[in-house]
Design a binder for this molecule. Sequence first.
Ligand code: AMP
Ligand code: ZN
Length: 477
Amino acid sequence: MPDKPALLLHDTLTRRPIPVTPADGKRLGFYGCGPTVYGPAHIGNFRTFIAQDVFRRVVELSGTPTLHVRNITDVDDKTIRDSVKAGQSLTDFTQHWTKLFHLDCAALNLLSPHVEPKATEHIPHQIKMIEDLIKRGHAYKAGDGSVYFRVASFADYGKLSHLEDRELRLGAAQGANDSDEYSKDALADFALWKAHKPEDGANAWDSPWGRGRPGWHLECSAMSLEYLGAEFDLHSGGIDLIFPHHENEIAQSCCATGGHFARHWMHIAHLMVDGGKMSKSLGNLYTLDDLKQRGFTPAEVRYVLVSGHYRGPLNFTLHSLDAARSALANLVKFEKVLRDKTGIMAPQSHDEFVRNGNAGIFEAAWLALLDDLNVPKALGCVFGVVNSTKVAGFSAADAKAALGSLHFILDAIGIVLPEIIAEKTVTVPDDIQQLAEQRWVAKQAKNWAAADELRKKLEAAGWVIKDTKDGFEVRPK
Ligand code: AMP
Ligand code: ZN
């Protein structure tokens, strides 16, 4: 078990802060509902994925390894409707949007989940879960070949969304369900299996109940069971998923396994535009590409999206991207001042800094992150340090330690400075680094001939050396 303090996170289920620790004492298993791949993800979606990314980074940096599962929804009403419209197979259509989603994730510096299962690749798992639910009396086949979950069979239904009152529960469920599902026993019941309809085209699978496709809620229950087991540490998504999606996931999973499903829940508030939720259906969205075309960088977009507390709505404006640009520029400047001050001490890569670093002078920022991922407070602390630290009085060792801490805290938030991106693509091999250091020593000893000789050797190997105020830099030619 890690000896560092654990993250305290607000749990949607109990409405209390809970210490985030793995039940098995080893690895924290968490599931995030992934994108529905029928168009480009918008930056509202990315607000949620980035908050989950910060969650994972903080857990890992506090010493707990994670097992992160995030699905791809590649079959539902929308993916089918739009693939048919585009005249493409569902696979070709969803693969295209999945590829673009991955490109955006990489540009926004999101860690890849350890497992990224697709709904269409887990149809047998979903059929098996339906069979178990029918066997246990929680599901029934309707006249048209669809299968429904019997909400009345699960006493805890509504616990997550705190819809304790049965009337309210049924009313809400009624509004959230498809209007064409009139062969159900009760209005609140939701589809586990949807019988094939002509508009589904070729998108149907064989099942014990005839051809059809799984209902949307089922995939997350089936795939989390497969990759994280019946009980796992945390489940997460945007707040719009609390009801009915997560409520239905809980009902299916608990009833199919007799288990407990997710121990804790994390929900992310919405990114708003002009007071309304950013969403595809409202047509008020920005994609990363839209913003790149306006001259903004993914690092600036990420900065804006993390800068509000994940539990409060965040209003998006283009002006906030300008503010992000100047905040990042200040961080770059501070990083450079520290780097220059480290003198000839061997330069380290961002990843090495993070591996060896600790919060150090940014301890207050780190504590803010451990307190329910309070990124706005953490950023305030970071700039408090940046603005008040007198680097001029630092020794090279002080500067190196501060540099390590800066990289550590930026890594926790997933902020990428332009310099770090450039550096990430350059790894100086050990033998080249050694030659460069020998040359520096020769130069300090005013042994010009030896220094020249070593510089030529480096050049012949494809590297150039540049003297700086206090040391040197090695870069590919
Ligand atoms: P979808 O691709 O619609 O399945 O959504 C993927 C994730 O984005 C889900 O966790 C949603 O809850 C989340 N989401 C959708 N719209 C927003 C928004 N405006 N702000 C924050 N998260 C959102
Ligand atoms: Zn889900």
